[in-house]
Structures are given as C-alpha cells and as structure tokens.
Ligand binder design. Sequence first.
Ligand SMILES: NC(=O)c1ccc[n+]([C@@H]2O[C@H](COP(=O)([O-])OP(=O)(O)OC[C@H]3O[C@@H](n4cnc5c(N)ncnc54)[C@H](OP(=O)(O)O)[C@@H]3O)[C@@H](O)[C@H]2O)c1
Length: 340
Amino acid sequence: MGYRVVVAGATGNVGREMLNILAERQFPADEVAALASRKSLGTEVSYGDKTLKTKDLDTFDFDGWDIALFAIGSDATKIYAPKAAKAGCVVIDNSSLYRYDHDVPLIVPEVNADAIAGYAKRNIIANPNCSTAQMVVALKPLHDRARIKRVVVSTYQSVSGAGKGGIDELWDQTKSIYNPTDDRAPKQFTKQIAFNVIPHIDKFLDDGQTKEEWKMVAETKKIVDPSIKVTATCVRVPVFVGHSEAINIEFEEFLDEDEARDILREAPGVMVVDKREDGGYVTPIECVGDFATFISRIRQDSTIDNGLNLWCVSDNLRKGAALNAVQIAELLGNRILKKG
Ligand SMILES: NC(=O)c1ccc[n+]([C@@H]2O[C@H](COP(=O)([O-])OP(=O)(O)OC[C@H]3O[C@@H](n4cnc5c(N)ncnc54)[C@H](OP(=O)(O)O)[C@@H]3O)[C@@H](O)[C@H]2O)c1
C-alpha cells in the first residue's frame, strides 16, 4: 500500500519538477493529484509516463490524502496549507511562509533529518530557499570536521528561481535585443536581465541587505548551527536553470584543501568535480536535471588562518526545491507515516 500525494502548484516550475522527481525516484504513491489555480483547471501535466489533469486547489478536499507538496507562493500557502494540515495531510511547503516558525521544522535531509520529529506540532514541514539548500549540503560535512565560524557567499541565481515569469522574461528580452521594434521592458525583474546581472533579489530590508540575503543567514542558522555567521550578496544572472555560489569559509580549526575535497567526496548529495585545468569544474548548464550539488574550485584562502574557498552549483528547481521536498516526503514515509 502506498501514499496518496498532492502536488499543489503542479503547473509551475517547481510543481512540474516535483511530479518528475516523484516518478523518477519511484516514490511509493498509490495516487497523485495535481492542483493549481482555477484558471489551470484541466491543464495536462506529466507524471512519469502518465498524464494528469490539473484540479482546482480551491475546491480540493484534502481528507484522506497523506502528503501535500506545496509550491504555490506564500500568499496562497497561507490560505491552503492550514486547510490541508487540519485535514490530516502533512504539508511540505516550498514557500518562505513557515521557514522561520519555531513549530515548523526546516529540513535538508542530508543535513538535519532528525528535525522531522517536530513536524506534528503543525503538520507542516518547510523547505528552505534554493540558495540555502545547496549551500548547507556543502557546509555541513565541513562544519562537522573543523567548525565553521563565518561564511561569505555571493550567489549567481538563475531566472527560474523567480518562477515561470522569470524564464519568459529572459527568453523574450533576449529575442527582443535582436529585434529592436519588439520592446520588452522589465516586469519580473527590476532591470533588464538579458545580457546583464542584477544585484537584487526579493525586497530590501532596513539594514540594506535584501530578504533573499537574510534568508540565507537565518536558514543556515536554523538548519546547520545558530553559531555560524553568514553574510551574503545575492545576484540574479541570465541563466535559465542552475544556481551558482562562490563561498568563502572561515573555520575554527585548520582544514587542508585536500582533506576538504575528500570529505566532500564522501558527503551525501555532493559530487566533487575539481580538476585544476580548463573545464575542470561544473557550470550551471551542466547541473540541470541532476540530483547532486556540485562542488568545484576547492582551495585554501591564504588571507586568513583557517580559510577555504569553493564553487557550488546545483539545479535550483531540484535540490533547491522539488528534490528536497520529495526527499523530505521519503524521510516522512520511512520514519513516520510508514505504510505497507
Ligand atoms: N523556483 C525556484 O527555484 C524555487 C526554489 C525554492 C522555492 N520556490 C518556491 O516555490 C513556489 C513556487 O515557485 P515556482 O518557481 O514553481 O513558481 P511558478 O512557476 O510561478 O508557479 C506557481 C504555481 O503556483 C500556482 N498558484 C499560484 N497561486 C495560486 C493560487 N492562489 N491557487 C492555486 N495555485 C496557485 C500556479 O498555478 P497557475 O499556473 O494555475 O497560476 C503555479 O502552478 C514559490 O513559493 C517559490 O518561492 C521556488
């Protein structure tokens, strides 16, 4: 006997990947319901070799459903997640709405799987921000060996992180550059994204950092260790899928670059590709459709006593969202909602 699983936001970037990954990983689902807004009623989405017709989330009855993977943004989540949770369906949410709630575990299974025990307080589990998810997978095994004091990270985030609209805007703007009569003013982003980079993701906070940058700080503390200091600069780049990060880490103890490479090679969810030669590193285009977080360019930072630099790339729609959510569902199935 398997699970009855809901995917809310099934017509979106993340929801479509959730359906792909549920099928790829052969998640033991007896039934899968694809939900979106009323305007998408009847829209066909793929689930393995099946096609599902999208239902209206607003009228959906969650009674009898085991797990709901949500990827619909915070506003809609605020309305529908409590409804699902109250009906006894465990919500695994991709929005930022519940991430900082003390009664909701924020989980990256390779890092803090045991936190899942706290799910029952609200019947909700949160998935982190895409940039945080891939970073903490790399940080955790290094922290366990040499205790991280401080992280300085710069991100290079793809437009798919801003939803379907982000992908369309990069595509249309790129075409319009070659056809000047076709004016494509920025809508989704604050400035032109085609052939440009924008040092601004999410809203500005009072201290000058952006909410996206703040999320990386707060979420790393909640998932890995509250003592780790993080400072981030988050940048949108004209890449369709795949977030990259240049990460500088200061440790309490010395950690040699070769040992760090060995540790990361053994770490769950990590693939090291680090040859000091032309092309001996991973770029975002190569990580699309993959499960792993790729680490390259591991090297000592000789400007401080115990420093390392590395380059971290992952498919933001997968490890940054859909894969992590399905991994949480697997964890929930293995440890808590056992069936069969
Ligand atoms: N993209 C990423 O890298 C990433 C990473 C981590 C977390 N997330 C989070 O995941 C969520 C979804 O992101 P996305 O990139 O998939 O966005 P998206 O491509 O814009 O898709 C949004 C989905 O939500 C549905 N939706 C929106 N409002 C709804 C409502 N009121 N009722 C029912 N369905 C509604 C849409 O349905 P319709 O098509 O019917 O409008 C669509 O299926 C967001 O919370 C985002 O912050 C995204």
